[in-house]
Design a protein around this ligand. Structure first.
Ligand code: Q9C
Ligand code: ZN
Length: 676
């Protein structure tokens, strides 16, 4: 089984710096790497990674994305005088050269390729390369924006050439547009490039027309370039997650990459002097987690920007800790996207509607002109906080944020409750059903389940489910799995217990047709989401959501594209905004969800509630046991294969619920209120 996280770093890459005065370049300092690596060591993360050495890139590798003339020119820089270096530098934008930068740039590519090799040969599952200089701005024949060679673009070409990789997804979460990557793959449908970036109606560096949402790729590559321009600063966690739920993830699942490369710049985090965004470092745990379900978990993160050393180090730690498989922290304060973000989301979805089945139903754009032509709005930040009018060049404001609490890793990852005749699951701790249930709890169970005649054995199993619940609450176990005699009864029972034991916010996700008695609990203590094939009556509560997907004969598998459409566009946004303390995931026999789609759902939901997921399967569903357990234990999730169009009935069903709920749950929104 492929496991392990590679970390690739070499101090040699700290050995170049700016040798003259240049305000545009002074933020790109060697300490960016040393503080990041030191933080990884101090948090015990570096020690848990597989240490892979860097190497130098060869000329042939550099030439995968650059011209011979440019390579030959850069080759001369180690021998230049200071004055010659300054002159050489001047032909490019916002970059500097140093006698040792060519050497470091070759190591930065080499580190990236070592990472790609380690992941694609199965030596590790995923990994991160901490490199300088960064790469995503550099172009075929030009250095730019602190970048000399395009590390990630070279890596994508390399993976295709040397590892039989057919489709590569590049996710650029740096706050700047990686125009170099865009240019490299503009007409190439085998590489899907996604970038969000500070844009401000083309006022923000690199101020390119082609960074707007309407640059979708060219020729055969049309649809394979996705730009999300941020037209205001101050974007928060909600804005980033909204873009993932409503733009990137649906398209990425439809694309079905064999490899995910991340241009992992952290200047998109709070406190960064370039980005001026407000997303906190823990958001990178979630962005990473969400991407880890793609491409069988083959994810390579490569450092790009990030200039606030504190924010950078925290963000790097969040990313690496997630790659290692630790549960993500509970996302803080998801209040929904701001109007400006929604406007961008709506525009991107509309621009890509012709190319992606998952966006076929996307709404018309709110405005027909691109961001550039619209009136420039300088009056405030995305979420409406007042700017103090200070000139940013003169005084860098102090930004403070709460450091995310250290991530709790329970001593046991998965505990299972299984009937005696079922073979134990590898890697799962078996919960002994021999414990004598406390009399009062048994009584409660009996009282609640009176109408069903429950035998002693079933009662004991139900009691064990409650024990799993309690163990998750106490952080003794991370997640649990139980095979129960009757799923709807077990859900009722667990919910009842949760309500009585003052458990905070339980998310119940039930895939199945049966009615589940959910005892009226205090509003909001539980969010119940059912995915069924049976039309249910009118729904009124914002805490009870039922989505009815396409009916098909019982033996048929549910349409995977329709199911994922509901998961990504409805369930995940609801779940994240609700922010549960526990997740109860259950399915009943014949629910029609294929094993791969079920594993995806199980895996995606583990980003919530610090990974506290309790899965209930019904006796008779033994064949789903091993896959579910593997997913709970963090094994790579198999990909679903490229998805086709979701059935129109499914799209409609999801849409109905989104319309009903989006005023209460703002992460469901995909459209701006009005033209501004
Ligand atoms: N106010 C990367 O993040 N512009 N490059 C600096 C100073 C250049 C960013 C303007 C920013 C380059 C990899
Ligand atoms: Zn950047």
């Amino acid at each position: 089984m492929k496991s392990g996280t590679a970390l690739i770093y070499d101090e040699e890459m700290t050995k170049y710096k700016l040798l003259w005065v240049d305000p545009a370049c002074k933020i790109e300092v060697p300490e960016r790497l040393t503080v990041s690596y030191k933080a990884l060591e101090e948090n015990g993360l570096a020690q848990r990674c597989v240490n892979v050495p860097v190497r130098q890139a060869t000329d042939a590798e550099i030439l995968l994305a650059h011209s011979e003339e440019y390579l030959e020119a850069v080759k001369k820089t180690p021998h230049m005088t200071l004055e010659e270096l300054m002159t050489f530098t001047q032909q490019y934008g916002d970059v500097y050269f140093h006698p040792n930068i060519y050497h470091c740039a070759k190591l930065a590519i080499g580190a990236t390729l070592q990472l790609v090799d380690s992941v694609l040969t199965g030596k590790v599952r995923n990994g991160m390369a901490l490199v300088r200089p960064p790469g995503h701005h550099s172009q075929r024949s030009a250095a730019n924006g602190f970048c000399v060679f395009n590390n990630v673009a070279i890596a994508a070409h390399y993976a295709k050439k040397h590892h039989n990789v057919k489709r590569v997804l590049i996710v650029d979460w740096d706050v700047h547009h990686g125009q170099g990557v865009q240019y490299s793959f503009e007409d190439d449908p085998s590489v899907l490039y996604f970038s969000w970036h500070r844009y401000e109606h083309q006022d923000f560096w690199p101020k390119l027309r082609e960074s707007d949402y309407d640059s979708v790729g060219k020729g055969k590559g049309a649809g394979f370039n996705i730009n999300v321009p941020w037209n205001k600063v101050g974007m928060e966690n909600s804005d980033y997650l909204s873009v993932f739920f409503h733009v990137l993830l649906p398209v990425a699942y439809e694309f079905c990459p064999d490899l995910v490369l991340v241009c992992a710049g952290f200047d998109s985090a709070i406190g960064d002097p370039e980005g001026h965004m407000c997303a906190t470092p823990d958001i990178f745990a979630h962005l990473t987690h969400l991407l880890m379900s793609l491409a069988g978990g083959r994810l390579c993160a490569v450092l790009e920007g990030g200039y606030n050393l504190t924010s950078l180090a925290q963000s790097v730690c969040q990313t690496v800790q997630t790659l290692l498989g630790d549960p993500a922290p509970q996302p803080s304060e998801l209040i929904g996207p701001c109007e400006s973000a929604l406007e961008s989301i709506q525009c991107v979805r509309a621009a890509h509607k012709p190319y992606w089945d998952c966006l076929k139903h996307a709404e018309a754009p709110p405005i027909s002109e691109p961001s550039t032509k619209r009136c420039k709005q300088t009056e405030g930040e995305g979420h409406g906080k007042a700017e103090d009018g200070e000139k940013e060049e003169e005084k860098e404001e102090m930004v403070v944020w709460q450091e995310s609490p250290s991530r709790l890793v329970p001593p046991s990852r998965t505990a299972a409750v299984l009937p005696a005749e079922v073979k134990p699951l590898e890697g799962c701790d078996l919960l002994e059903p021999s414990l004598a249930p406390a009399a009062d709890i048994l009584q409660t169970l009996r009282n609640n389940l009176l109408e069903k005649s429950v035998d002693e054995g079933s009662l004991k199993t139900l009691y064990s489910v409650i024990t799993l619940f309690e163990k998750m609450k106490k952080n003794e176990i991370r997640n649990g799995l139980a095979l129960v005699p009757h799923v709807p009864v077990a859900i009722s029972c667990a919910v009842k217990h949760a309500a009585e034991s003052l458990t905070n916010r339980v998310l119940v996700v039930f895939v199945g047709e049966e009615d589940v008695t959910t005892y009226s609990t205090e509003e909001g203590k539980m969010l119940f989401v059912q995915i069924s094939r049976r039309q249910s009556g009118e729904q009124k509560s914002q805490y009870k959501v039922s989505v009815c997907l396409k009916k098909s004969p019982p033996e048929d598998q549910r349409d995977v594209a329709g199911f994922m459409h509901a998961v990504l566009g409805l369930l995940l946004p609801l779940a994240y905004e609700y922010d549960p303390g526990l997740v109860l995931l259950a399915r009943s026999p014949g629910c029609g969800v294929g094993e791969a789609a079920w594993a995806q759902l199980t895996s995606l939901l583990q980003g919530l509630a610090q990974g506290h997921t309790l899965v209930l399967l019904q006796v008779g569903e033994e064949k789903a046991l091993r896959g579910t357990a593997a997913s709970l234990q963090g094994d790579p999730v198999p990909s679903l294969g490229p998805l086709g169009a979701p059935p129109p009935e499914d799209v409609e069903a999801v849409e109905r619920q989104r319309q009903r709920l989006q005023t209460s749950w703002k992460l469901l929104q995909t459209t701006a209120i009005s033209e501004k």
